[in-house]
Design a protein around this ligand. Structure first.
Ligand SMILES: Cc1cc2nc3c(=O)[nH]c(=O)nc-3n(C[C@H](O)[C@H](O)[C@H](O)COP(=O)(O)OP(=O)(O)OC[C@H]3O[C@@H](n4cnc5c(N)ncnc54)[C@H](O)[C@@H]3O)c2cc1C
Length: 309
């Protein structure tokens, strides 16, 4: 069975960046990626300095090209299904995807960079517009929606904050709770003072062409013109993360110290999996670098602290 210093679970910006730091620290690293990032819904990613406007999958490809220069880093397409063991001796079982091999590997450390799973509100055909004219992150995609008539759709308590944030870009804004009534009366008043309407009517249909939103039809027959908007999804953690760091689900993500240590010895986390706000590619990459440094430092210092040294 192959034995690595670290297995990095997830090959997005967090995982690739951590792997680059570890590569340059002369560590034997395996990156395993299931190729299912949240942002695969969109065509362009924004706000990553030097890479503004790059397609999400191209950004990852560039990251993998950087890693390919280091013979001590190995990349594999696969889903890590379980991780067992303790600090210094973990075993990960991998199910290959995209032709990648299945099997077990051993690693001294585990770095979780899985991102999160995302569920959109139950609105007919919303998925056809998601990533084209409806997005979840205002700081990522607000610029392209500036000075437009926007809808903000959601069914959970964070909706009110997304609605406030979207106002920085919207010319006209309507908040649609899709029948959930999640915006309380006093919150609706606060939004109303800034000219933002709240409507609790369920959404019957989205109308548009090729992902370009033109209007929203409500269950009572009204049709609201809108050229785009934002949605408040629900996020959850992949099972492998919940199994390895049992408190993560309750806390809304894996809570770590500033070097990515999860509180479970030998397990580190970086990127969206640490909790979603603010979630950006460059933040995930930065967190990956910090966790890589923390992990490498722990390996170095452990050799000095070992009994008999
Ligand atoms: C529609 C949309 C548009 C966005 N646009 C932007 C933008 O323009 N600019 C910006 O900065 N941010 C944007 N974001 C946010 C950005 O995508 C995330 O913040 C960023 O990708 C997080 O990086 P990450 O490495 O933590 O996770 P991800 O990029 O999600 O990568 C995690 C990887 O881990 C893999 N994985 C999960 N579980 C396992 C497992 N068990 N085994 C192996 N692999 C696993 C997944 O398949 C995935 O490839 C957008 C998000 C969405 C949804």
């Amino acid at each position: 069975m192959n034995n690595y210093d670290c297995i990095v679970v997830g090959g997005g910006p967090a995982g690739l960046s951590a792997a680059l730091v570890l590569a340059r620290a002369r560590r034997e690293v395996l990156v395993v990626d299931g190729n299912r990032p949240r942002n695969r819904a969109t065509y362009m990613s924004h706000g990553f300095i030097t890479r503004d406007g790059t397609p999400p999958m191209a950004l990852r490809e560039l990251g993998r090209e950087d890693l390919a220069k280091y013979p001590n880093v190995h990349f594999q397409w696969g889903e890590v299904q379980h991780v067992t063991g303790v600090d210094g001796a973990f075993t990960a079982s991998i199910k290959g995807v995209r032709g990648g091999p299945s099997g077990e590997v051993q690693a001294r450390k585990v770095l979780l960079a899985t991102g999160v799973l995302e569920a959109l509100p139950q609105v007919p055909d919303l998925i056809s517009y998601y990533g084209s004219t409806i997005f979840s992150c205002v700081h990522c995609d607000g610029w392209e929606r500036r000075e437009q008539s926007l809808v903000v759709i959601g069914e959970n308590p964070e909706l009110v904050n997304t609605a406030k944030r979207a106002s920085q870009w919207a010319d006209r804004e309507i908040v649609l709770t899709n029948g959930s009534g999640i915006i309380e009366e006093h919150q609706a008043e606060v939004l109303g003072r800034q000219g933002i309407e709240v409507d609790d009517t369920p959404i019957a249909a989205l109308h548009g062409d090729g992902g370009r939103l033109e209007s929203v039809e409500l269950a009572d027959g009204r049709v609201l013109p809108a050229t785009g908007g934002f949605v408040q999804p629900e996020w959850s953690l992949p099972q492998v993360v919940a199994d390895l760091v049992p408190t993560a689900g309750d806390l809304g993500g894996v809570k770590t110290d500033e070097y990515g240590r999860s509180g479970v010895d030998g397990v580190y986390a970086a990127g969206d999996v640490r909790g979603i706000t603010p979630s950006q590619l460059i933040i995930a990459a930065g967190e990956g670098a910090r966790a890589g440094i923390g992990l490498n430092n722990d390996l170095i210092f452990a050799t000095f602290d070992a009994p008999g040294r």
